[in-house]
Design a protein around this ligand. Structure first.
Ligand code: FO1
Length: 352
């Protein structure tokens, strides 16, 4: 923890895929252009990324959220799709389909396949995912330290209705739910396979305790940020950290900006509103994780909802329409963190 008034030298971001990656682009833009209060171009950003979207396909280990952050910040992402490489070709995918090999619904681009081949070879050579991610980032130079939430295998699976099944339900991998089923059937339950046995990857606990600010970007609060928080030891590290934790709502104007937050929030019984998500994360003073919460101006009515749960909340523009808009969101979050930290320091002084 840096003493009050010291600039923000380190920021840690708990990120999913697309939403988190876009937010990180804006944060990086803001830091480089002096737009983030108390921070500078030298501020170090560490990203702890969700790995529960990971899937083994065609014998390859695919890590969608790690790759989306790496490709986005390394300028290799296909901006239209929001995942995978730009200037992509699909010969491998087409040839696999010609053999009738499943899953045909999950497309691996030819350039993307190289990433999965390197990752899989290194896994088979015995390297942990955190070392492998660091090795891949040596090529992509994302400008942040990118850590998987854990080196252990964790996969989100989704229980859906299946009249033919004796139990009336069957479980599919998150990617099948999201990509093949397009999240068009209700997610009756979420199962985070391996999460309870997982350990934080090397550097993750320190990234939460030895930092100046922790940000929860507008990623999915259940299957992205939620899974990171679910890794045993992560919540305890946040609770022990001196760094203020500020989150940004992924629900804007009463609806998820993109992705399937609606289906998974309903699966865990959380109302699809900016206030309910803030309350779901909870106030750190009440055993939750947030010191502050940002909602969009269109959801100003939700400020009272989150504050009723003990979470100091502000309404600011939250549409990541371009890098400047996103940088302004990051600046608002860091500014709130600094005020909360100072406020907390005052409180601590008073208590001392
Ligand atoms: N999303 C799709 O909608 N269709 C796909 O075929 C697909 C393939 C794919 C391959 C690699 C990868 O890293 C991501 C891929 N995604 C695809 C996106 C993926 O489902 C999402 O990035 C996250 O898992 C959800 O946040």
């Amino acid at each position: 923890m840096s003493a009050p008034g010291t600039p923000v030298r380190r920021v840690t971001v708990l990120s999913g895929g697309m939403g988190g990656a876009r937010f990180l682009q804006g944060l990086r833009h803001g830091l480089a252009n002096g737009l983030v209060p108390g921070a500078s171009a030298d501020t170090e950003v560490t990203v702890v990324a969700n790995t529960a979207d990971d899937i083994w396909v065609h014998g390859l280990k695919v890590c969608p959220d790690l790759d989306t952050v790496m490709y986005t910040l390394g300028d290799g992402i296909d901006l239209e799709r929001g995942w995978g490489r730009r200037d992509e070709t699909w010969s491998v995918k087409e040839e696999l389909a010609a053999y009738g090999v499943e899953p045909t619904w999950f497309g691996l681009g030819d350039r993307d396949v190289a990433t999965h081949l390197v990752r899989t070879q290194l896994i088979e050579a015995g390297y942990p995912l955190s070392d492998i991610t660091a090795a891949l980032c040596r090529r992509w130079q994302p400008g942040v330290r990118l850590l998987p939430m854990t080196d252990d295998r964790v996969e989100t699976h989704v229980a859906i209705a299946d009249p033919e099944a004796p139990s009336g339900r069957r479980v599919v991998h998150f990617q099948e739910y999201w990509v093949r089923l397009r999240a068009e059937v209700p997610a009756e339950a979420l199962v985070f396979v391996g999460l309870d046995e997982a350990e934080p990857a090397p550097g993750v606990v320190e990234a939460l305790t030895e930092t100046d600010v922790v940000l929860l970007p507008p990623s999915n609060p259940v299957v992205s940020v939620g899974t990171i928080l679910g890794v045993p030891g992560v919540r305890a590290a946040l609770a022990a950290s001196d760094a203020p934790v500020v989150g940004l709502s992924p629900i804007v104007g009463g609806a998820p900006v993109r992705g399937m937050a609606r289906q998974v929030l309903e699966a865990v019984g959380v109302e699809v509103t900016a206030g309910a998500v803030g309350a779901h994360y909870g106030a750190r003073s009440a055993g939750g994780v947030l010191d502050g919460w940002l909602v969009d101006e269109r959801d100003a009515d939700q400020v009272a909802v989150a504050e009723a749960a003990g979470v100091p909340t502000r309404a600011v523009p939250l549409m990541m329409s371009d890098h400047d808009a996103t940088a302004a969101m990051a600046a608002a979050a860091v500014e709130m963190a600094l005020e909360l930290r100072t406020g907390r320091a005052d409180r601590t002084d008073r208590e001392a």
